[in-house]
Design a protein around this ligand. Structure first.
Ligand SMILES: [Mg+2]
Length: 200
């Protein structure tokens, strides 16, 4: 859910690095919504800084069904992201935009399907970001720890990166293998081993 922004039509399309949040940037402790629950994954700040320094727009797209479930509010999510922004700033790094899907089909029966499509594996938030910033998906990446993060990458023509973290056992590893998706232990490892070599 985001306010609307002027369209980037006419500007030079740019490359972006889309990121999942929980299990990608911060350790997934389930329903993380308070600053004291925010623990950076090892190397995540360095990875974001590398993206900033190499002209990649950094866009986080996160499903937060805890809002739909009434466990926390969208305002708390936004405050948490402000906390993460402040920590990044201390390291000279930044996330350019945070996109949050607070919906969940179980709790939003009858909701406009266009809004439900904001929830990954839906692509609506990616497309909103692309319109706002003028993003060229063909030169962009998407990293996440679930197949629902990687499906939108494939649907939109981005290069997917899979992070085998806490939810690895529950993912369709055969699907990941069949699609030739690079697998890494952390985001920083993915940047070092799959992203940087592609620019050399
Ligand atoms: Mg995740």
């Amino acid at each position: 859910m985001t306010p609307s922004y002027p369209s980037a039509v006419g500007r030079k399309p740019q490359a972006a690095f889309f990121l999942d949040r929980d299990g990608t940037l911060n350790i997934d402790h389930d329903f993380v919504h308070r600053p004291e629950q925010w623990d950076w994954c090892p190397g995540a700040i360095e990875a974001v800084k590398w993206m900033n320094d190499h002209g990649l727009l950094v866009v986080v797209v996160t499903n937060q069904s805890g809002v739909a479930r009434g466990r926390f509010t969208l305002e708390q999510v936004e405050a948490l992201h402000a906390h993460a922004d402040a920590e990044l700033a201390r390291h000279g790094a930044r996330v350019d935009a945070w996109y949050v899907a607070p919906w969940h089909p179980k709790f939003h029966e009858g909701l406009d399907p266009a809004l439900l499509d904001e929830r990954k594996p839906g692509t609506a938030l990616f497309r909103q970001a692309a319109e706002r910033f003028g993003i060229d998906f063909g030169r962009s990446w998407m990293a996440g720890d679930k197949t629902s993060d990687l499906e939108p990458a494939l649907a939109l023509g981005m290069r997917p990166l899979y992070l085998a973290t806490r939810h690895h056992a529950g993912q369709d590893r055969e699907w990941i293998r069949r699609n030739g998706i690079p697998t890494h232990a952390t985001l920083w490892e993915a940047v070092r081993e799959s992203v940087i070599p592609s620019y050399l």
